[in-house]
Ligand binder design. Sequence first.
Ligand code: HDE
Length: 709
Amino acid sequence: MARRTSAKGQGNGEGSVQFGDQTVTRGEGGETHQVAGGDVPVLTTQQGIPVSDDQNSLRIGRRGPTALEDFHFREKIFHFDHERIPERVVHARGYGAHGFFETYEPLTDITRADIFQRAGEKTPAFVRFSTVAGSLGSPDLARDVRGFAVKLYTKEGNWDIVGNNIPVFFIQDAIKFPDLIHSVKEEPDRGFPQAQSAHDNFWDFISLSPEATHMALWVMSDRAIPRSFRFMEGFGVHTFRLVNAEGKSTFVKFHWKPKLGMQSVVWNEALKINGADPDFHRRDLYDAITSGDFPEWELGLQVFDEEFADKFQFDVLDATKLIPEELVPIRLVGRLVLDRMADNVFSEIEQVAFCTQNVVPGVDFSNDPLLQGRNFSYLDTQLKRLGSPNFTYLPINAPKCPFAHFQRDGHMAVAVPQGRANYEPNSWGGAAGGPREAPQQGFHSYPAEETGLKERVRSETFADHYSQARQFYVSQTPTEQGHIAAAFIFELSKVQRPEIRSRMVGHLLNVDAGLANKVADGLRLKEMPKAAVPARAVIEDLPASPALSIIGNPPDTFQGRKVGALISDGVDAALLNALKAALEKEGALLKLVAPNIGGVKASDGSWIEADEKIDGGPSVVFDAAAILLSADGAKLLANESTARDFVADAFAHCKFIAHNADAQTLLDKAGVVPDGGVVALGKAADAATFVTACRKLRFWDREATVKQV
Ligand code: HDE
């Protein structure tokens, strides 16, 4: 039954419009009302009382004061006033999705974790990706570490692997975390810069913390500006333990390997993406998942024993160090597939509460001082953010296996526990007595033997701060090394105090003299500083670890990527269709960019709808560009700065560019010089050649000529 919603009793009468099964009517003051009908539920208050009018508050006289009695109005405003919760103090900006983890093979030899007992077992999962420094509304392409937090709802409780897309961290002891984060956030006396490490406080802290040098190299590398969440690796960072049914422990490091390979953007592109589409990463994930292109990662384990730990040159408890894959190979043990977007951003992505201490029987901690500190911090921060120790009952946080305990009451106690016993031991027996301990099945901490003096010290095994930074640098391709130098120059150029710039170069001298010189030149330092005095001599001959390079490990596919085609009236329809078909075959997408969103009239007279207007779809949001224009269209667009930028940026960012002959006028005006990355499309068959070329993702040979670095 339709319920009338107008206070004036106006129903489906004059001035009403039908939208599907909803009737929208216009009231006297021009306000609109929707009338419930069919399957549409009746609007109620939070107490379930049907609402007659949601457009007007209760008034004494038409132009008189609002009545305090209006409980619907007060409830609505009251709720609105409390809609925000404190954003995360770090990792505020994030996005997430649901999926599952599938176990490849039983790992009973190394762990009793239930999730690893049966091949083909599927475990529900939720993942949240994030940036660290920026606030909730900050742009996605800040230069920053990305969070990669995975919640696995196993049959023996929730297991959270709260990792990052970089395998090492800035600091060695959790007690330094507040200082690190204060230094990178907006400076407190001015409230800026937002979501940027390029400022004095950050580099002051880093340059006074030699342990941060390795991480600084990673953050200045392309890892910190990923193209997509889908194209980045994830790392558990710390050393953890796996424990088997016999109680035997092995050490482990966790890795997530993206099926579509790694890919990053260049810095100038990142700056422009932040303007063109600050939601670039979340949109990408949303588009991929909702179109059925489900991102996938494989879980890799680096498993090693005490013997390896003892002879490794670095302490496996030091989170500023990694173990090269070439030394301890990665065993792929399962896959993580994200196949469903969150239904509601607040309920799920904002309220999800990851806790490093959420481990399941068969997984355990190591003594990494950063991990130990995190085990306190995450539970504590959830109380601040979510406001109640009952956050574990929220649908996104609740285990999907049965759970029973004697934790009771508190704010928002949504569970309704039955029975008389709310303590144990108790002698009520049966259901009334509630749950009981399970000595065999329950979680057992690995009985590691610990002795020692109680003191505030840093182990001397943590003292080597430069050797792995150097190893990371020499493992990069020359192109990537150039990007690292350029990033240091950019960031330190935003630092106002020259002594901070010099101090940082003093650390780089311990990493690589060539890098330090490049950065010093780029900053125009008046004199080269002395190298920082290392606490332990730098090992200069650590072998390169090729696995650490992005460009050195190309995916050799264009799958999951996007081409932006700039088109005009008179575009060759056959060519466009051939390109679309070739991309579809590769699993990639074609997006059409035109002078007007309404589209263009193609050479064969057909009408082609556009996806974007030129300034709304600049080439920075695509992985490659196609310039397909009629001669007239090219002439016209050569005079449009947005069209010239589209082409010039694609060229400067080393993207592959396809074009038809008539597009040449625009290419010339945009300064495109033909090279191996510029592909002429003469005939439809050339489209496939272009897509094959795109598998290299970027034409890096061009970079020196366009002076990106
Ligand atoms: Fe976190 N970190 N962290 N962190 N972290 C938080 O917990 C903290 C560290 C990471 O999407 C907070 O729920 C301390 C390393 C991710 O919800 C907080 C230390 C790594 C996320 C916190 C670290 C991470 C967080 C803030 C130094 C990679 C986002 C909100 C010992 C291995 C999770 C929250 C999400 C979030 C504390 C260092 C990853 C305050 C004290 C190392 C991915 O608890």
